[in-house]
Design a protein around this ligand. Sequence first.
Ligand code: AMP
Length: 624
Amino acid sequence: MAKISINLKEGKLNKQEDLIIGIDLGTTNSLVAYVKDGDSEAYAIKDKNGTNTLVPSIIHFNEEGKILVGEAAKKQLEYAPARTIYSVKRLMGKSFNDLSKITDLLAYRIIDEDDDSLVKIEIDGKYHSPISLSAEILKYLKLRIEDNLQQEVQKAVITVPAYFNDAQRQATRDAGKLAGLDVLRIVNEPTAAALAYGIGLAQEDERTVVVYDLGGGTFDISILDIKQGIFEVIATNGDTFLGGDDFDRTIIDYWIEKYALDIHEISTNKTKAQSLRLAAEKAKKTLSSQSHFEIKLDGINLELTIETYNSLIKSIVDKTIACCGQAMKDAGLTPKDIDEVIMVGGSTRVPLVRQEVKRYFDKELNLSLNPDEVVALGAAVQASVLAGKQKGVLLLDITPLSLGIETVGGLMDVIISRNSKIPTSLARQYTTSIDGQKNLKISVYQGERDLVQYNRKLGEFILSNIPPMPAGIPKIEVQFLLDADGILVVKAKELRSGKEQEIVIQSQYGISEEEMGKMLLDSIKNAQSDMTIKALLEARNEANNIIVNTERFLKQNNHWLGTENIEQISQFLQALKDVTQKDDKDAINQAITEINDFTAPLAHQAMDKAMAESLGGKGIDEID
Ligand code: AMP
């Protein structure tokens, strides 16, 4: 859809080409980039002040119901954590069952309606889906580039991690739709990173590439085999809870111990905790280019040298190298086989990270592009390829997981195997197992296990009106069509009767326009919130925080607390855990008061001990 405008001065028609933008929708930060007309280089768009290309992937709902995104929302994390949503990418395309392990780690409230439905987040009695929240980030990015270029934008390429499954890709695509974007392609992040460096753009390019991506909270390593414009992900590994935040945490723990900082105050006073966290991040960033860091906080001089810092983070960096080793093993490669190593993510600025990755692969690293921007720049390159601006380039991806259907006995019958090049279409024939069988249920799964119960169910449908025939006679063709984004359509047809019946199945986690409208309506309807549910959820949230803090307190202080105290605290903890499972907010609050009353004096003692230790310069064991 090209737009036409009139140049009044010259009396000529101007034809403005449709711009396709590239978006990196990240866990911590997101960015938007594009390739200028007549240029082959990609640019990331900065904020209004022209300083920052990163948009924190954070959404805040203020008390008037206004939505803030990015830096403005980040500022609210400290003051209004329950109304400020971060890390929404971790929730994309996930059901509550998928998330039971991580909900305790999030300060906001995740709702489960029934265990297989998609998660929702509750704020002021309104329910928000990860899709609609991600759409807010995408809208913000869309506006940013439209303001900057003074041009309307409708088409986009969005990146996702290589390991994202169909549901997560669908969810990302739907978020784009909801933000008013026509998502032309969902691209794997490592593919984008390679493209940003121009790797794989020429058809004759044959390269094996490692993309090492260490962000704020996640680590991914991907190995790509690039041949004739095809980007095949041959192995992925990583840790969804490992990143720069862990570096910050080790610095905080080190300072708490070295300067005997008041643990109780830090764990209860959010402002104090936040300023300590910010100081630690500042130390980390400073030590990426200098050898010493010093800051005064509440009258205490906090110091950190590069040597100490390196020893603090060594085990974290080692973990990432172990993941690299595993991925290499899975791919059947040795470091000699690798042609390029690309560094992605803010945390790859850490000198020790660079040193260890370089040492492991025994190769110079690709560091020339800003590691925060690489993925978005690559998405923009892919966009310009799609816009036909880079002639002769055809980029294809690969499906990361096998797709198939359930057959007798709960077995997985793979139709499209993992690592197939996409787009692709494959069909297989099945039949009935009972005489005169009229209906056949087709359940679609994704995964590598032989039994479907261990794989992920994408959806199911019933092929009905099969003409009555003896068992084994009907010929039912099931066809899987996987488009270039890795999105799946399944069709079924009874061939023998000649009577065509065709059903198109969407992933159960994908949403149609209609459902999207309903979702928006629902969020409005739920505005008259059920106050009882809200109070209960808040009590549970607080209880969960206290459980985490108390368990930490027990762990850090168990050497002096004594068996009696430990037992008593453990009992209170168990009681609180039990009551949190129930729906009685008063009982939860009562259990909170009980545990708090008991632990408060002990927390004071812990503080006194820490003080005595720092003044006397003695080890804790000696005091005891
Ligand atoms: P990303 O998720 O890729 O945006 O990465 C953000 C992470 O990179 C955060 O943990 C930042 O603290 C970290 N980071 C940003 N700049 C630096 C730097 N100069 N040195 C070390 N870490 C950094």
